[in-house]
Design a protein around this ligand. Structure first.
Ligand SMILES: Cc1cc2nc3c(=O)[nH]c(=O)nc-3n(C[C@H](O)[C@H](O)[C@H](O)COP(=O)(O)O)c2cc1C
Length: 346
């Protein structure tokens, strides 16, 4: 097994044994209304991600590929995605771009789900030609580019040169003919990052914030001295990241992931302006602990409950969810004030 394959398996193992933290969405209260004035059959949560239409605003976010175990997990995730009709991303495809023998551990998701919405995934440092190859390998509907600087720094064998990421992303956007989603991996985003991304023409962003999978925890566990746990609160939570994204929501499509633990978290992320919510570790844990049927049931329950919550909010669609009034905790309100986010969005 190569170092890369070994790392993939360690990531899965550590994600499965990872502690669960309090939801960052607890700081947001949706305002109840006693007369919702709609019926359940009025509701359609179909959503538009640039040129891509998703039947439901939920997707399985990037996790894996590149080892035997990862391939088996991708097979199961693809079945979940097909059976529940939600989109799915694969994990970083660097392994397949470097070693053709590993291509089947990713391509399996297209084989299992030929008509589903599938996202390819690469890092911001891959050459332009590899970006197009990654898309072709899966006949992908979109390409995710992940940003993971803190993970690289804590990863013992990680990269230390991020100087060409921005120009490289700009080149990739020009060279592929599917929508490009720039995503974090659980450290969230700031208005400054979104400004940089908008400046090079990025249209779709997944803020993927802190509050769920924590790659500082995971990589620190892989360090011989385990000496960087003090960084484990690094980054913005998903709810803070969504507040940071509000000034950009007219021009950019914002997606939410990172610690979405319940259907209510997913709805709150949409109320804060996201067009869809992504789940990673929640699905991984369910499928690896309780099996395929249980994981399919988890997604079906998410879908049904997200419609139930939309019903009591009186929201028939994503646009109406974006109008739902909410109140922020003192901590979130203070962040919003100190960062002048309300003023910026005017
Ligand atoms: C085991 C595992 C592997 C991951 N690998 C990738 C990856 O290769 N590329 C990527 O963009 N994100 C990767 N992620 C990050 C997720 O896509 C997501 O941004 C993050 O886990 C936050 O979502 P969560 O809290 O629902 O897990 C991985 C997550 C997990 C749990």
């Amino acid at each position: 097994m190569t170092t890369r394959e070994q790392r993939k398996d360690e990531h899965i193992r550590l994600a499965l044994s990872h502690p669960v933290t309090q939801s960052s969405f607890d700081g947001i209260q949706l305002v109840h209304r006693s007369i919702p004035a709609i019926k359940r059959s009025d509701i359609s949560l179909e959503t538009q991600i640039d040129s891509l239409t998703l039947n439901f605003p939920l997707y399985i976010n990037a996790m894996t590929g590149g080892s035997k175990w990862a391939g088996e997990i991708n097979r199961k995730l693809a079945i979940i995605s097909r059976e529940t009709d939600i989109a799915m991303a694969v994990g970083s495809m660097h392994a397949a771009l470097k070693n053709e023998e590993l291509i089947p551990t990713y391509r399996i998701i297209r084989e299992i789900n030929p008509h589903g919405k599938v996202f390819a995934n690469i890092g911001a440092d891959v050459p332009l030609s590899s970006a197009a190859r990654a898309v072709d390998m899966l006949t992908a509907d979109a390409l995710q580019i992940h940003l993971n600087a803190p993970q690289e720094v804590v990863m013992p064998e990680g990269g230390r040169d991020f100087s060409d990421w921005l120009t490289n992303i700009e080149g990739i956007i020009r060279s592929v003919d599917v929508p490009v989603i720039v995503k974090e991996v659980g450290f969230g985003m700031s208005a400054e990052t979104l400004e940089q991304l908008r400046g090079i023409g990025v249209q779709i962003v997944d803020v993927s914030g802190r509050g769920g999978t924590n790659f500082i925890y995971i990589e620190n566990e892989r360090r011989p001295q385990k000496d960087q746990s003090y960084l484990s609160e690094w980054g913005q939570t998903t709810s803070v990241s969504l507040l940071e994204s509000q000034p950009f929501q007219q021009e950019m499509t914002i997606l939410a992931s990172g610690g979405i633990q319940s259907p209510l978290d997913a709805i709150k992320s949409i109320v804060l302006g996201a067009k869809a919510a992504g789940l990673s570790r929640a699905v991984l844990t369910e499928v690896e602990t309780n099996g395929l049927e249980a994981a399919i049931q988890l997604i079906e329950t998410f879908k049904a409950h997200m419609i139930d919550i939309s019903l009591i909010l009186g929201a028939r669609n994503i646009n109406e969810l974006h109008q739902v009034p909410y109140v922020l905790s003192p901590e979130l309100e203070s962040w919003q004030r100190q960062r002048n986010l309300k003023e910026r969005s005017k």
